[in-house]
Design a protein around this ligand. Sequence first.
Ligand SMILES: [Zn+2]
Length: 447
Amino acid sequence: MKLNYEPKFEVSDGVYRLSKERQKLNDYQRMLELQMVHKSPTVSLETIALIKKEALSILKKSEKMKEVTGLDAVVLEDIQSNAQKALAQNEYLFNCKGNVKFTKFLSTMYGNGAYAEVLKAVQERETSLAIHKYFELMHKINNNQIDEEILLNSDKLKEAKKALLGIVESYKKQIERFFGGIAHSFSAEDYDVYISPYDFSFWEEGSRMMSIQTDLIPGTKTKTGRQEKYHFTKSLGLVIAIHEAGHVLQDSISKICIPSVSYRVESSNPTFHGMTNEGVSLICEDFAIPWLVRNRRALGLEDEIALAKVFVKAYLPTRICDLAYELIDIKEREDHINDKMPEKFKTEAGKEMTRITGLPLFVKDFHFFSNTSLLETLWFANYFFGHRRISNIANKAKKEFGISMGNEKQSAILLQGLMTGIWTSHSAKEKFLLEHFLPQAVRDGVL
Ligand SMILES: [Zn+2]
């Protein structure tokens, strides 16, 4: 990949050495995550002990480096945040004698007041409106959609499947155009696009494979006599492909521009870095909307713009109740274990959800949400908090540097700045962007 603007951000040897230890800690964390999502979930005391040892060693060494300033201080803040999250996880999940409350643990991972922030979002009218608007615009499609399994597996629908594959393939060219302000020859890179066999999309750096879920490229069929016609909605899949490409760019740009906070597939761990990484990819979706509007004719998306706009706004609202329920459920279990009333576990989260939403559904049907593991809940929480934290940073940057979303060059520089570095701490990320990356871009005459 060749970047149009390639600033280099280097730190002193001492901070760089510590960043290598951060990488080692994250290697162990990644191993632990793989143990926890193993087909037969498991954890090793050895791995847990190594994480604790590394985290403590990093914090001890970083204490002695208090005098560092400038970019060194920002990277050091992130290294410390990474180690503190590792210790918080260790204390909350793996220490039987530990006494950390769930809400405190969430605050360490996502910022102060994180638990209350989710509950508040559930009650907001905007959340309810976004869900309604999305289902309203999707109503006709949802009711006429060809079943995905049949579409992908039936010989009778070979032509339709071919058309679907063609759409997925066409996203590469569109991704290249959207991110053209940041990197040229992006799609010439060796990555491939596939149809995801799951109901989610993902990017795999190791194999350089991007997979897009087909329920976001819904197809409908009309039959007149012997004539069959297929029609696919393309914009939602394109928005998601841009999200995944955002991950591709974050990884590559960080390697080129800031090796001390760089990406490495073996250390990639959503528990510590997911909030900032997912936040940036969700921001790519937000940035994509004005671009889709401007280029709707060329992209053949004139009829889909309203839907694409609503889709981007509705993604988090359509999943927020599930997240809130899981968090309440965990907190209630903790409270009731303390009160020695375990028989009440299941119903309390439903009652609390009913109280804050005004919907009795959650007590009438307490199987409404399927329970997920804490790790999965945290991985989804990354999207919620990530979008909020990174939006906040992007808005500050727009205001302080006079960046206009209508200006493709300026928005590309802002997006590149947000994509530089695999950060743990949103506070360190903000300082890097506002005090280092964007001032450098001004000095270099690109902003
Ligand atoms: Zn993502």
